[in-house]
Design a protein around this ligand. Structure first.
Ligand SMILES: *Cc1c(COP(=O)(O)O)cnc(C)c1O
Length: 424
């Protein structure tokens, strides 16, 4: 943030609470309107009843601190129960162990750190390397950057899954981690986790499965009888998995699970220090002070929904995504990238057209109609994370899409920027 001299200074005198809250509410005027289902991402809306549960839990735990679970044993049990339920959904063995983190990025950072430490301790590796497909989340690159691990980026195949042969060629005696995604974010397809995990196991390295998006979807899709490629702890060689409860788990922001196959593998993630004048310091993840709010809200939402509640939300969400895919494919000049069968959709211009549609111009036209997609690429595409938020409005969306396509045919925009995440 640069210094904004036009902003009002923080007053010497405080203001009445009603004023403060009214101004805060007014600030939201230009924010994306997720409440009416017009955003395909960022906020995942489980509906009014789920909001109520989360909000009541949040008020109870707004001020609590999980930094020291001896002071707050309730947060220790909340963490252990949420982690345990998630491990059950992911078919973790009895030895599975994990922690709650603030989100997918933190879970992934913990997985990278654990892989590096395991390799240092068990194999004496001092120049660690990891292998991640170009579809793997940017958080792995952040982890490589922060923890001094060299990252080899490998291509994807025509079906957008990781090219495992290309990964195999880069395995060396320095490999500490190989990553697969279930599903990957950009096109929503599930990598060949079986082969990726076998590769890692042969190298004595960790295999992390990034199920930040899929962790609270694929188990329920399987229960619904949908085909799900093996991806969880039932696959030999998978050592850790990340699953975000603040995405399709429908908890408010700030909560994800990092799971390891065993407590021994988990030990490499934690930090313990006993040489500070402030006393013994142990931390499970990257935070110090840790808000109890997201942990308690996740606990409450999971308890409220139960397995049946999630199965039902998954059924309607995946049906909605199927209708959206069919609607897109029915529009001349548009297509969906890949055979993603779950809740992530990449929408692009059909490259066989003589004048392919400019999907970024299409994104702008949709935004003018109040619908918000992230732009991504290469190749230029619009991304949708479909969730319960969008279920009731998908026909309206498809009508808006048809009208936006008609508007932008033959037009293009000079703005080629993509922006999954921004700084200021
Ligand atoms: C969202 C996401 C992440 C990162 O999670 P954050 O909660 O945004 O930090 C990682 N991987 C995948 C596949 C994701 O969809």
């Amino acid at each position: 943030m640069t210094r904004d001299t036009s902003r009002p200074a923080l007053g010497r005198q405080g203001r009445p609470v009603d004023d403060v809250i009214a101004e805060l509410a007014a600030k939201r005027a230009d924010d994306v309107r997720w409440q009416d289902g017009r955003a395909f991402g960022m906020v995942f809306d489980g509906g009014p009843a789920v909001h109520e549960v989360a909000e009541r839990a949040a008020v109870l735990y707004l001020h609590e601190n999980a930094l020291n679970t001896r002071a707050f044993p309730s947060l220790a049990s909340i963490q252990s129960e949420v982690v345990g339920w998630t491990a059950d959904l992911l078919h973790g063995p009895d030895t599975a162990a994990g922690f709650l983190t603030s989100g997918g990025t933190e879970s992934i950072l913990c997985a990278v750190k654990a892989a590096r430490e395991r390799a240092r301790v068990e194999r004496g590796i001092t120049e660690p390397e990891m292998i991640v497909a170009e579809s793997g989340h940017a958080a792995f690159h952040k982890g490589a950057h922060l923890f001094g691990v060299k990252l080899h980026k490998t291509p994807v195949l025509d079906d957008w899954t990781a090219d495992v042969e290309a990964m195999a060629e880069l395995v060396s005696d320095r490999t500490v981690l190989i990553v697969g995604s279930a599903p990957q974010y950009p096109q929503g397809v599930v990598d060949d986790i079986g082969r990726i995990a076998a590769l890692a196991a042969d190298a004595g390295a960790n295999c992390h499965v990034d199920a930040c998006m899929g962790g609270l979807v694929l188990p329920f899709a399987e229960m619904l009888g949908r085909e799900v490629r093996p991806w969880d702890f039932r696959v030999d060689g998978v050592t850790s998995i990340s699953a975000d409860i603040h995405k399709l788990g429908y908890a408010p922001k700030g909560v994800s699970v990092i799971l390891h196959r065993t407590k021994e593998l988990r030990r490499h993630q934690t930090f313990v220090f006993d040489g500070w004048l402030g006393g013994f310091y142990a931390s499970p993840n990257l935070q110090g002070t840790r808000s109890g709010l997201p942990m308690a809200a996740a606990w409450a939402v999971m308890q409220y929904l139960g397995v049946d509640g999630y199965v039902e939300l998954t059924r309607t969400t995946l049906d909605c995504a199927d209708r959206m895919r069919a609607g897109i494919d029915a529009i001349d000049g548009l297509r969906v990238l890949g055979d993603g069968a779950y809740h992530l959709i990449a929408l692009s211009g059909d490259p066989v057209d003589a004048h392919p549609l400019d999907v970024f111009a299409l994104g702008d036209a949709l935004e003018r109609r109040g619908w918000f997609h992230d732009r991504q690429g290469p190749p230029d595409s619009l991304h949708a994370t479909v969730s319960n938020s969008n279920v009731g409005v998908i026909d309206q969306y498809l009508a808006a899409l048809r009208s936006a396509v008609a508007e932008v045919r033959g037009l293009s925009t000079d703005d080629r920027s993509t922006r999954y995440a921004t700084l200021e």
